[in-house]
Design a protein. Structure first.
Length: 78
């Protein structure tokens, strides 16, 4: 077995696993070039996702920093 290396023999950062002889590591890089309309829609979609995530985190912090729940409140959910 050998450690994951590039074809020139240099170590690939972040790969400390051993590879079986005959195995190689490789990857692909892709780039997208959206049209103006596609870029706008992507920004809206990711903006909405980020907004929902931020609202969830804010609620989580509010819950965690709030007063501790009594046992009866934990059971009944109220």
């Amino acid at each position: 077995m050998k450690i994951a290396n590039r074809e020139d023999g240099t170590h690939i950062k972040g790969t400390k696993k051993f590879l079986t002889d005959g195995w190689t590591t490789s990857g692909f890089r892709f780039a997208i070039v959206p049209t103006e309309e596609q870029a706008t829609r992507l920004e809206q979609a990711f903006g909405c996702e980020r907004k929902v995530y931020n609202e969830y985190i804010a609620g989580l912090y509010e819950y965690l920093e709030g007063p501790p729940l009594q046992d009866a409140q934990r059971i009944s959910g109220g």
